[in-house]
Design a protein around this ligand. Structure first.
Ligand code: HEC
Length: 177
């Protein structure tokens, strides 16, 4: 195709598809079919998490990793209203990226490679034995995909217990204005 035709076509498509649109044209790729060994939580459980809303951003200085925390609608509503106990069905997802210098601006860092996707889901019928009613899952990025965390979730529960009074969540809703 001639370049001019290409440009015209992309302009036409671009303006009709994207301009003045208040609707997200999502392009979610399917998450892999993976399952945690011990608690059976799957990656599919959070299928579509790319559409969840971001509630906080964290930076782990020890791991040099930027993290976005996203919440499904039920968790989002509870977090924005500072609920003491998160409701059933709450899903809180964390995406971690390594960082690199922005090639176009050395003084800025940008997210580089995804390192992990992990989540907590409130399901009291399945996770009441945890004491917190949360199930934990972690999927670690590998060279060619993801693998489920195999070391169990005792460590997750133990560390998150340090914020027991906040329903085991470190995240607080980050104001955006
Ligand atoms: C040694 C402590 C520690 C362990 C172990 C740990 N976490 Fe966390 N987790 C944190 C801290 C601190 C944060 C907040 C900072 C951040 O986003 O990394 C957090 C945040 C999260 C969040 C976002 C919600 C929140 O609580 O803020 C999820 C989801 C999460 N962790 C899942 C897991 C899962 C799944 C495991 C186990 C596979 C796990 N964590 C193990 C300390 C821990």
């Amino acid at each position: 195709m001639k370049t001019l035709t290409k440009v015209l076509l992309s302009l036409a498509l671009g303006s009709s598809l994207f301009a003045h649109s208040d609707v997200y044209l999502t392009n979610n790729s399917q998450v892999p079919d993976l399952k945690m060994l011990k608690n059976d939580l799957t990656f599919k459980e959070i299928e579509g998490y790319q559409n969840y809303k971001i509630v906080a951003t964290h930076f782990r200085t020890d791991k040099n990793e930027i993290r976005y925390i996203l919440a499904n609608p039920v968790a989002y509503n509870a977090l924005t209203h500072h609920a003491k106990i998160m409701p059933e069905g709450s899903k809180v997802v964390k995406i971690g990226w390594s960082v690199k210098k922005m090639p176009t601006w050395a003084g800025a860092l940008e997210a580089d490679k995804i390192q992990r996707v992990e989540y907590m889901v409130k399901k009291s019928n399945r996770f009441n034995h945890n004491g917190d009613n949360w199930g934990y899952a972690r999927f670690v990025r590998t060279k060619d995909g993801y693998k489920a965390w195999t070391k169990g979730t005792k460590g997750c529960i133990a560390c998150h217990a340090s914020v027991k009074n906040d329903d085991y969540l470190f995240t607080h809703f980050q104001k955006t204005f």
